[in-house]
Each structure stands twice: as C-alpha cells, then as structure tokens.
Ligand binder design. Sequence first.
Ligand code: SPV
Ligand code: MN
Length: 644
Amino acid sequence: MLEFKKGVDILSAVGGVTTIGEAKSLFERRLDGEHFNRLATIKNEEALLKVANAIAMCDPDQVYVHTGSEEDRANVRRMSLEKGEEKTLAMSNHTIHFDLPEDQGRMVDQTFYIVNEDEKVSSLAKKELRDVSHAYMRDNMRGIMRGKTMFIGFYSRGPVGAKASIPAIEISSSTYVMHSAELLYRNCFADFDAEVARRGEFFTNVHSEGPNRSEDVPKARIYMDRSWQTTFSTFCTYAGNTLLMKKGNHRFASDCAMYKYNGDELSEHMFITGMTGPDGRKTYFAGAAPSGCGKTTTAMVGSDFIGDDLAQMWIEADGTLRAVNPEIGIFGIIEDVNLEGDPYLMKCLRQPGAEVIFSNVLVDEQGKPRWVGDGEPAPARGVNYQGEWTPDMTKVAMSHPNSRCTLRAEAVGNHNKAVNADPNGIVIKVITYSGRDANTMPPIWVAKTMDAGVAIGASIVSKATAAEIGASGVNRQPWANTPFVAGNLVDYLEAQLNFYGNNRMTHKPVMAGLNYFLTHEARGGSGKGLLGEKRDVHVWLGWLELFTHGDVQAIETPIGWIPKYEDLKKLFTERINKEYPESLYTMQFSLYIDNVVARIDLQDAAWRKEQGASERLFAVYAEQKAALLALKAAKGEIVKPQDL
Ligand code: SPV
Ligand code: MN
C-alpha cells in the first residue's frame, strides 16, 4: 500500500519555502516583471509552493515561465540552438540533439523509487530510503542551475477535462527537454488551476543537466518520490531520464490506478490506434509492447493513429472502456524506420514540414540525419553521439540503437487529431499484448474470458532492448509495464482483474496476444529468420477488427481463439496484396504443446514467488495447462490448426 503525502517532502525540505507568503516574495525577488506576471496566472498554492521550492533549491540565474504560446516555443527553440543543446540540420525545423555517450537510454541502475520505512515496491524495481535520497538532493541539486535559466511549464497529460487526464508541472534547465515537452505534451497554462481542481492532484518534475559532462554521469540520478508525486533528475539529458512527465509521471499514474482508483482506471504502456473496417466503421485498439518491440510501427498501421506509448483508461458511465492519450507527440525509436515499413513517419523525417528533433543519429556532411536501417546507402562519413564516424568503424554503429525522433503526432499523415483531443475519450474495443517470443505463441490469439485476457498481459516476456542501459537476457514484462510499475506487482495484477472484471464495464473489450517474432527454425524450418514481415501487422489487426464485430469465426484452442486460414488469406490480399500460403499459416498457428506448457509453467512459477498473487491468475494457467495436456494425449505434441 502506498500512502500519499507521507514522510518528508524532499522538494520543500531542500527548498525551505513553507508559506505562500514566502513563495510570493521569492517570486518578486527572482522573476523579472514579465515572468512574474505570467506566474501570477497560477493561483493553486500547492503548485506555487512546488515552483518556489524548485527555484530556491536550484538557484537559477533566470526563470522563464513557458505559456505554450508560439512566441515562447520559438524562443525555446532559438535558445536551444544558442546554447548548443540542439543544432540545425539541412531541412528546416529539423534539429539534432546528442545525449552523452553514457546517457543513451534509461539508466535503470541509477533510477530509484524513494520509499518510506517498510514500504514495499515491485520486485522488479530499485528503491532507496527517503533519508538517503533527501541527502542526495541536498548535496547535488542545491544550486545546480546557477548560471542557467530555469524553464517552468504547466501541462495536461491528456485532453483538458477528460476523466483520466492529470495535470503536471515540468521544470528544467534544459532547452532540449522543454522543446521536447512542447512537442509531446499539451501545455495547459491557462487551464492548469481548473484541471488541478477537477482532478484533485498534479505531478511535479524537476530536472537539471548540470554541467552536462560525461564525468558527472556516474552521479546522475532519476528519483520518483511517489508519496509526493514529484520527480527529480540530474546530470543527464536523455529524455527517458529527464522529461519525466513521460515515464516518471506514468509511474505516478500507475500508482493512481492501483491505490486511488483501483478497478476504475488503468495507466498503460500502450499505443492507441483506430482500424477502419467494412463500411468505414472505426474500431479503436490499445496495445501494450515492451520498449523496442515495434509499438510505434504497430500504432501507425491503423487508419486513425492516436498515440504510440501511453494510455490513460477508465470505465465510462455507459459501460464502455475509454482511453485518452496523455501525449500529443512521438518519441520513437528510429532504427529500422524506412519507407517500406513506416511510410507515414518517413514522410515527416525526409520531407520538409514537420518540426523534428533527431537524437543520437548520424549527421552526414550534407546535414542529413542517417540511421541504421534507414534503407539508404551508407554515408562516407558523419558525426554521431560519439564524434566523427566513418563506415570502417565497425565497432560503432552509425547511429545508437536507441536513437530517436521527437515530433508532434499531428505531423503524421494518418493521425486523427480531433479524436486525440476529445475529452470524452476513445471507446476501446480491442486490447492487445505483444512481446518477443521466438518459439512459442502464434501471431495472434484471443482470450476466451477477461481473466484469461489479464493473464495474457501478465505473461509477456521480452528480450532486453536498447531503451534500457545495461539490460540483457530475457525479461518478464507483465503488461509491458513493469519498468514503470512501482507498486507491488500483486497489487497491479489485482488492479487489472478489478478493472476488466468490473461489472460496471458492460462493454467488454476483445483481449488478444500478438507475436511477430516466431522464427522459421522454431516451426520446423531453418534459420533464425522471422516467419512474417512487419507489414503483416495490417492483417493481424484487420482480423481482430472483424472478429470484434462478429464478422469472422475463429477456432477454439486451449489458449484461446485463433483465426481461420481462409479469413487470413483474404485479408492478406485485401490489406497488403500479399500471397499467404496455407503452409505458412500451418507453421504459424500450430500448437507446439510442450513449448506452450513450459511457458505456462514458467509464468506460474514466477507469479507464485510474488506473495499473495490472485488465485484467478493461477486458475487460468491451470485450466489452459490441463486442456493442453488433454489435447496432447489425443492428438500429439504438435497440433495443426486444421486438426482442431
Ligand atoms: C520507452 O523506452 O518505452 C520509451 C522511451 O517510450 S522512454 O522515455 O525512455 O521510456
Ligand atoms: Mn515507452
């Protein structure tokens, strides 16, 4: 259990401002007339105290209140170029930002949840006692912005007025971070007070890159103070470590789903996208995938792309499952983004129009950004996050595998801006879960019950990816959200079961697993090549769209429903004009029962180590296992879909 507002509020203890009177006199001393007047728009005293304490703690030379106006946005872009955090590229409105070589992904080992004595956190998370973190902030954040300008922005994580939208303050001395914040989030300066009043809470984030030197990175820290819904970040710039309105606040939002609105809300690491079905109907999907597993690509396959990373969900009074995207932009992995797989995104990256920040890619001699897998011949030379680069440097790739592009979603051709702005939220009819599984699960399977759907999410596994520094091996990734679930995993499981099982949710979603990573060798062929291609996703999502509306029948198996060959064959032709031989279908959808049972056993054992995990999860595993073993006894170890 998490107790809010418990323990020392570190930001106010280090800042030392305790009354609103002190806060106001500090603003008079520290802000120039223009920015003092701007800040006077904000009346919420708790928010003003947070801001005052951040100023008192960090001691910047100047304070800039970012109202989200075009003028402010242009100012920050200009300052970022002057300061050198970004540089221009050949194409107008495109810039490059380099993070330090040691700061190319989320620094898992330097990221901590601040805990009170006896507070339990997820078995997969790192924690630090409040006193220790307090000492770090006192020793490292006091005066960290001397010689710098502090930027303060007021944002809404979701459309203003939506039930699950949560306001947040972003404070940083980095122009790159603030530029990114403006591309990715809704500045709600004028609505901030009203939004805090509506929601009853807001998040606060304080970041400074300090001197921004490699030698300081070992002392960099990313802290989440869950009790006070405040993050701290130091000595780094990678957005996943610094723009904590993204994953830092997603962690707080997950706390809300577990400890404030259990059974009524969920905060997920999911894309949101719409598929157009027969007669133009739109069906919206929300899908989870661990970092670096193709979530952005899948999201953009939809006819109505909404977001690629996060979803704030709730149960509406009419019994539907609604979601909003807390973001309005994309901070997407750029490796392997090319014309064939990502036409919409490539248009933004290769043609003028969109405002784009590239990070940690190569810049060639013509000022053109280049990355591994961009589908073009290698450049003769260029500059990347390590310095000069030439193709003979075989140990250093042209671009970092976690290099990214940051842009507004509205720049993407198939984005539905009106739907992403709707405070009523989006009715979600399909939930998908994917991971990286080379040898076991078929490309698509649909849960027969809500609990079985929750079990699909609880059982995601993934290979380590470049998004996390130092990660290796195969990870358990329940709901693709474990890096961001601070609370006990058992509480998170409970929140999932309570949400999807809630009687108020009268329009239940279809819940499905997806797996794009089956290899030939796992299915009786040879080589580690994948059995499918990126673009096949059009078909998997297209089939789910039809299934959701009862327009196709499915085959029942112990693990859930799977598609029939004829329906897929038709969809392959219609959606991507591709041949789909039955032999491939058989390879993809045969049940390799020993593998599936081993996977269930592994998940069952892992969850049994979490004390108090719901019996409902184990019941799903037990039922599936028994049915699989019975099937094996009847039909053998490998069962073709045609034999079911
Ligand atoms: C991810 O790694 O899942 C991201 C980027 O979306 S980060 O902000 O680093 O989390
Ligand atoms: Mn993500």
